[in-house]
Each structure stands twice: as C-alpha cells, then as structure tokens.
Design a protein around this ligand. Structure first.
Ligand code: ADP
Length: 386
C-alpha cells in the first residue's frame, strides 16, 4: 500500500480532464488525495474539481514527461497519450498504472488482436494491412472478402476510425488498419474487470449496450444484461482471463459481441474507466472509479454487487444547437423517482457532444427502461442561441 495515502499527502496525476477524469478525481477527493490534471482545454470537465490543473498536450513528449515528474502516481482516462514519455518516466522509477506497455498494446488495434490470437481468446478473424494497396491485394488473393470491417490501428474513438466495407463502392479509410470479419451481431455487452498488485481480480456484472440506428452512438446501457447465466459466466471468465494474461493492474473495460449463434467474441478493451461503467456510481456497491483507486493504490478490491437494476443514457448535445449550454427539462426529470443526473460541466454544447449522463434506477431493467424513455423525451441539451 502506498504509505502516503494515510498521511493524505499523496499526489495523483490524471491524464486527461474529461468526464472520466472528473469522476475519478471526485472519488479521490473522498480519500483526501491531492489531484493533478493534464489537459489542453482550460474549460475541461475536471478543471473545477482537481487540486492542480496543468494546461498541456498529452500527445507531446516533454509535456507528459514533466507532468509525470510532479506526482507520486500517474494514471490516465484515455488512450491517446505519448507512450515514449510514459516509458521514460517508468524507466526512471515513476509509478504509472496501468503500465505503459499495456497502453502501447491496447493503443494499437492490430497488436490487441494479435494478443487475443496468441492467447487463444475468442475474437473475429482478422488481418493487418499497411495501406489501401495491401487491402486490395488481400481481396485479389482471396485472403479477404466483402463485407468486412476496417479499423484504423490507432487513434479511433466512438466509432470514428471504424468503417463497414460492403463492397468496392465504399471508400476505404486512409492509414494502417486492422481488418476483421463482419460479425453477425445479436447483442453488444461489456464487462469491467479490476486487478490489484496482489493479483486479486473482480468483475462488474455485464451490461448490454444498444445503439442508435442513425448516429451509431450508444443509445442506452442497461444492467443486468439480457443474456443467459452461461453467457454471463463466459463473459466474466474471459474478462478475468484477459486482465490476468495482460498481467495488468488497474481497470480494464472489455467489449464483447454476442453473435446470432450465441457465441461470445471479444471486440476490444480499454485500460481505464469506461462509459459502460457510469451506472456503477449509482447502482453498484463500489463504483468503477473507487475500484480503480483501490486497484492502483494496492488496496483490497470492493464488492461489485448490484444494488439496483439500471439504465444509463448519455446526455448528448441536441443537433441544431451550439454554444452556451442549458439543460431543458432538468427539474421535470428529477421529479421521476430513481433518476440520477450527472452533468460534466462542459460550458458549451455542440451536436452529439457528450455533456452528461443519466442513470435511471428501478426494480427491473424494464421498469428502468420505461422511466428512461420519459427522460429521453424531456431532457434536452440545448444552447441559448441556435
Ligand atoms: P470504437 O473503438 O470506435 O468504439 P469499435 O471497435 O467498438 O470502435 O466499433 C464500433 C462499432 O462498430 C461497434 O460497437 C459495432 O457496432 C460495430 N463493429 C465493430 N466491429 C465490428 C465487426 N467486426 N462486425 C460487425 N460490427 C462491428
């Protein structure tokens, strides 16, 4: 255990200050930890809750290196960070959790898939191609057939950098890619696993995600997922297996596909708190943020038992509105029992920007879904000017 924790002089650095950073810092303040945030945006979500804010670019070597030297322990809430700086800090004895090697592997969708293949973990068949030309050759030689999914190896998020290629009329993405077979998806689920330095592992119950047909963004995330007991067990066993085989300390969010045959396939993982774990703040004994702190500070992990069924909705900027934000229907929604509104504190909205989330609690997922529909109709993220 980190001794400084009990004297409250522990300095924890977080790269960066988005909503996940903000929530982690709010949790850390309960244990009186001094927090440092690195983020390029002065108006970032974590700005008002962190002890120290440093403005800077987390993809820049010097900036990350100098930031890391300010703190006793460094963690992160996104993947797109300068790895070389983290590696140098590590080589000089600084504590970075999860380990930079894990981040290097996960940052690259090609390396990630090779890891699954090497360890016999179930995932869809794939190949890696350096450019369009190589993709063309793979099609010519019969190594690749339409339809397939092209994913840029690095830098993608929320569906950016992912493209479904039905036929040769679809323009390919530019850049080094991982190409995988199109899965006949029945459901998409996610499990968050935590592991501490003693090797203790705990998993949160699986959540199920639904997506908007038009925007392809997450529509709602509910827990427990509507899957069989056997599928839930398989997802948990696989999650434990992955975090152990990675030999990582920290939090790992694992996204799975369940195909039409009921088979569970690993889609991708993220070594940090995750959108699919927002509900844990309101509906699980230990939140994903507290669990991450426990894991990285070498503390015993907390209970992941559900205290309620839940539905989580992302609060996205309404199309057609841009500028200083206001939340229409806020009071009306709070009048619905079990509605928990989390606003990230971003000052201006734009179409589909993640401005907050709502967790709806009820006795059952069905009950929570009904209330969530009311919330969807009432709560709108708008701006004063159109
Ligand atoms: P991101 O990292 O941007 O979230 P994902 O790899 O999760 O990217 O892909 C985004 C979405 O695209 C998934 O949630 C899924 O709906 C769809 N998708 C991704 N890979 C496949 C695949 N192999 N087959 C079918 N659909 C896929």
């Amino acid at each position: 255990m980190i001794e400084k924790l009990v004297t409250s002089s522990l300095k924890m650095g977080v790269i960066a200050g988005g909503q996940l950073g903000k929530m982690l810092i709010q949790e850390a303040s309960k244990w009186d930890i001094t927090t440092y945030v690195l983020d390029p945006d002065e108006g970032c979500a974590a700005r008002n809750v962190t002890s120290v804010y440093i403005q800077g670019d987390f993809t820049d070597f010097e900036t990350v290196y100098e930031f890391g030297k300010l703190v006793d322990i460094l963690t992160y809430e996104l993947e797109n960070i300068n790895i070389e700086a983290l590696q140098k800090l590590k080589s000089e004895g600084y504590k970075i959790v999860p380990d930079p090697n894990i981040l290097a592997l996960i940052q690259d969708k090609g390396l990630q898939k090779e890891f699954y293949a090497k360890h016999d973990l179930p995932t869809s068949p794939f190949i890696c191609c350096a450019d369009e030309e190589e993709i063309g050759e793979a099609i010519q030689s019969g190594k690749l057939a339409y339809p397939f999914v092209q994913k840029l190896r690095k830098g993608g998020y929320d569906g950016h950098g992912v493209s479904l290629i039905h036929n040769n009329d679809v323009t390919l993405l530019e850049g080094s890619s991982m190409i995988e077979e199109k899965v006949d998806i029945d459901k998409e689920i996610a499990v968050i696993a935590a592991r501490n330095s003693d090797g203790e592992v705990r998993c949160f119950p699986a959540v199920e995600m639904t997506f908007n047909d038009q925007t392809n963004l997450v529509e709602e995330i509910f827990c427990p997922a509507n899957i069989t007991l056997e599928q839930a067990k398989t997802a948990e066993t696989l999650s434990k297996d992955i975090i152990e085989k990675l030999d990582m300390v920290g939090l790992l969010a694992i996204e799975f596909f369940i195909d039409k045959q009921g088979q569970i396939l690993i889609n991708e993982v993220a070594p940090r708190p995750h959108n699919s774990g927002h509900h844990t703040i309101d509906s699980v004994v230990t939140s994903q943020l507290e669990q991450l702190l426990r894991a990285i500070l070498d503390l015993p992990l907390g209970s992941t038992e559900l205290t309620s069924a839940s539905v989580m909705l992302n609060l996205l900027g309404e199309p057609g509105y841009e500028g200083q934000v206001y939340y229409e229907g806020f009071a009306d929604c709070l009048a619905i029992e079990g509605v928990k509104i989390h606003l990230y504190g971003k000052k201006s909205t734009r179409p589909f920007r993640k401005m907050g989330h709502v967790t709806v609690l009820s006795d059952s997922v069905d009950g929570a879904l009904k209330k969530a529909n009311k919330v969807k109709n009432k709560l709108k993220v708008k701006s004063w000017e159109k």
